[in-house]
Write a protein that binds this ligand. Structure first.
Ligand code: ADP
Length: 472
């Protein structure tokens, strides 16, 4: 669980870093490069301007040829250099340094590429190494002949300092942004993962079988998370119901099987305590008959249970075929008629029309048999049963109506429950297990149909099965 929330946190963090920090870093670097370039270009222009001013002045003052002006030449170069802060070197046509504001290079030959360019009348400014700019401008005499070159050298280390200061500021801003982002992400991660973690905790408990657990939905501001919590709660509710009904089922089954087992125990005990010599044979036979009927009852319960379980197994898909329902019900009626006659009950079968529907014959016929068997079992002497099969353009209708004892209004809702019997004693006599109607309903539901019942005590009961003619 903790692993998951960290993952989400890091996903958020990386996403924010990718869309927030990295573009910012790239933009900052590009901006710094352009700022630096701009400053250098401006400095080049400045140096060229300065070199032009000096070269114009030297040309006009005729310093290059008039030896009497050497002192003045020196003074001018020195003063201009001092005022501008740039080193000024004057080179003659032959490349020899004739004047240097620093005085160190005079007399040396200076054939630098920018000097050669300027001698060819192309004024240039270039960056030398990392921290100097050379601006070279030609000196013209009054007949526009190139008589030498002025080389102005200026440092650009101050530009690097300025750019560094800007970089430093941007870096500070980015650090602040990152701190803010970390705070925001931590809050966001908590915001998202806290309710998720709470949900996960509860779901884990549910998985352990604590279906009474519910996720507290209050305070879930995110609709999707609230939806998730509500869905989980609904799921827990369903699981709770399934678990309760499972437990009920198990306890019902145990109870139902315990009754015949206790009878068998009592019967066998009462024979065993007798002296075998004195017990008449008829008594053995009678007791054994009773034990036998209890075993039959247990067998009936187990068979019905197996049928019900098979019906309710979701993975067992219905295998429908086109069946003539009218004939199918006719066969059932024919099969049950002798039993009805034995109980002095008459069955009237009304074939309203031929109905063909897609059904699984064994399942539907079990459902209908149960209804007719009940109509016989819970009928009165001289009673009647009306069975009919009809349809409309969509559904088939199978109706079983009897003139029997009926079902009290408050019992009707419970008769489809497993093991539910209105009159337990009577049903034990009739051999009912209380599972017949559950089986019928499961079979009908498997056919995507429905079953309705209407009944009046001492008047009779009517069951109507509705199933679609075609299964999707
Ligand atoms: P059983 O095996 O006991 O018949 P069912 O599930 O078939 O179990 O029926 C449940 C209960 O519903 C029965 O015990 C009976 O009390 C009542 N019942 C079912 N069908 C009828 C009917 N046609 N008339 C009156 N009561 C009925």
């Amino acid at each position: 669980m903790a692993k998951k929330s960290i993952k989400l946190k890091w996903t958020l963090f990386i996403t924010y870093a990718l869309i927030g920090i990295f573009p910012l870093l790239i933009v900052a670097q590009l901006t710094l490069n352009s700022v630096q370039e701009y400053f250098v270009e401006e400095r080049k222009k400045e140096l060229l301007l300065q070199a032009n001013v000096v070269s114009g002045h030297i040309g006009l003052s005729d310093y290059m040829y008039d030896e009497s002006k050497t002192l003045l030449f020196d003074y001018d170069v020195h003063q201009t250099s001092k005022q501008s802060g740039y080193r000024i070197i004057v080179i003659d046509r032959t490349g020899v340094v004739v004047n240097d504001s620093n005085k160190t290079e005079e007399g040396k030959t200076y054939f630098l590429p920018e000097v050669v360019e300027a001698l060819n009348n192309r004024d240039t400014a270039t960056v030398q190494g990392n921290d100097t700019i050379h601006a070279a401008v030609s000196i013209m005499d009054d007949r526009s002949n190139c008589v030498g070159v002025v080389l102005v050298c200026g440092s650009i280390s101050d530009i690097a300092v300025t750019v560094d200061a800007i970089r430093h500021n941007i870096f500070n801003i980015i650090i602040m942004l990152m701190v803010m982002i970390v705070i925001v992400i931590t809050i966001l991660a908590w915001w998202f993962t806290n309710p998720l973690n709470r949900s996960i905790e509860v779901i884990k408990k549910m998985a352990e079988g604590h279906f009474d657990q519910r996720i507290e939905v209050n305070g879930y501001l995110h609709t999707e998370l609230a939806e998730l919590a509500e869905s989980s709660n609904n799921m827990a509710e369903k699981l709770d119901q399934v678990e309760t009904s499972r437990q009920e089922f198990v306890s019902n089954v145990s109870h139902e099987l315990k009754t015949p087992l206790s009878s068998i125990k009592v019967l066998s005990d009462s024979i065993l305590i007798q002296d075998p010599e004195t017990v008449p044979k008829e008594m053995y036979v009678e007791f054994l008959r009773d034990i036998n009927s209890e075993v039959d009852r247990m067998t009936a319960i187990i068979n019905d249970l197996l049928t019900l379980v098979r019906m309710n197994r979701q993975e067992v898909a219905l295998k429908p075929l086109e069946i003539n329902i009218t004939d199918m019900v006719g066969d059932i009626v024919k099969r049950l008629e002798p039993i009805a006659r034995a109980k002095n009950v008459s069955i009237n079968y009304n074939r309203v029309r031929e109905v063909i529907a897609e059904v699984e014959e064994t399942k539907l016929s079990l459902a209908v048999s149960n209804l007719i068997e009940n109509a016989i079992k819970y009928n009165v002497d001289d009673g009647k049963i009306d069975v009919s099969v009809d349809c409309d353009h969509q559904n088939a209708f199978i109706t079983v109506a009897d003139t029997g004892i009926g079902i009290a209004e408050d019992e009707i809702g419970k008769i489809f429950d497993r093991f539910y019997r209105v009159d337990k004693n009577r049903d034990r006599e009739t051999g009912g297990t209380g599972l017949g109607l559950s089986i019928t309903r499961s079979a009908v539901l498997m056919h995507n149909g429905s079953i309705k019942v209407s009944s009046k005590e001492n008047e009779g009961t009517t069951f109507v099965i509705t199933i679609p003619l075609k299964q999707k």
